[in-house]
Each structure stands twice: as structure tokens, then as C-alpha cells.
Ligand binder design. Structure first.
Ligand code: SF4
Ligand code: SF4
Length: 114
């Protein structure tokens, strides 16, 4: 590995290769453009729901990818599926479809658990 003269502490390192991406890969299967997200935040800055709530697509997308599902379902309910973010995404991510599929997967998880 190249020596850059500094090292990021392990506690602040995210290694996606170590995450269990099984559920996230289901999203990518349905919506391949999800892979193109660079977490730039353009969608969050222009989100219709964010005008009235603290909804943040970039955050929920990141949390889902990292397997942090706690309270994500109620967070996703804030999205109105209006599609504005999709039109503005510089990477052409079908954000609306990502959110829709995240909801389906979390619903299935919930109903299987009861
Ligand atoms: S605008 Fe597109 S690339 Fe940027 S965070 Fe949102 S989905 Fe990802
Ligand atoms: S589809 Fe959801 S995340 Fe995208 S702009 Fe509309 S309310 Fe916001």
C-alpha cells in the first residue's frame, strides 16, 4: 500500500468490502444505477420531503448499504416518491426506484420477523 504520510484511524474507516452486501445487492439487481451513487448530496439538497422533514436520501442510502436498518423504514416513509431527485442526480441514479425497493425489502424483513 502507498505511504501517504498519514493513516486514517481504524475507528474512522469504512470498508465496504467487509460489509454483508446481500440485501444491498438485491437493490442493485433491481436498480443497477444505484452503484453509480457517489454520495454527492445533490438529491438531498433538492428533495421535496426535505423541505418539510429531515429526510436525507444520501444518508438512508448509505445506512442501507452498511446494513444499518434500525428505524430506516420510518425514515423512508417520509419520501413522497415524487422523483425530483432522480431528475437532478448527476450520476443518473434512479433514486426513486432505490427508495421504493428499500421499502419493499424492509417491509419483507419486518413481516418475516413477526
Ligand atoms: S445526487 Fe445522485 S450521486 Fe448524488 S448522492 Fe444523490 S443519488 Fe447519489
Ligand atoms: S422522490 Fe423522495 S427523496 Fe426524491 S425528491 Fe422526492 S421526496 Fe425527495
Amino acid at each position: 500500500m502507498k505511504n501517504w504520510g498519514f493513516k486514517i484511524p481504524d475507528s474512522r474507516t469504512l470498508d465496504l468490502d467487509k460489509e454483508d452486501l446481500k440485501l444491498y445487492n438485491k437493490i442493485v439487481e433491481k436498480v443497477p444505477s444505484a452503484r453509480r451513487c457517489i454520495m454527492c448530496g445533490m438529491c438531498s439538497a433538492t428533495c421535496s420531503a426535505a423541505n418539510h422533514t429531515n429526510f436525507n436520501f444520501r444518508l438512508v442510502h448509505h445506512k442501507f448499504r452498511m446494513g444499518m436498518f434500525e428505524s430506516l423504514a420510518s425514515e423512508l416513509d417520509k419520501c413522497m416518491l415524487c422523483g425530483k431527485c432522480r431528475m437532478l442526480c448527476p450520476r443518473g441514479v434512479n433514486t426513486r426506484a432505490v427508495i421504493y425497493n428499500m421499502r419493499i425489502i424492509l417491509d419483507n424483513m419486518y413481516y418475516k420477523n413477526i
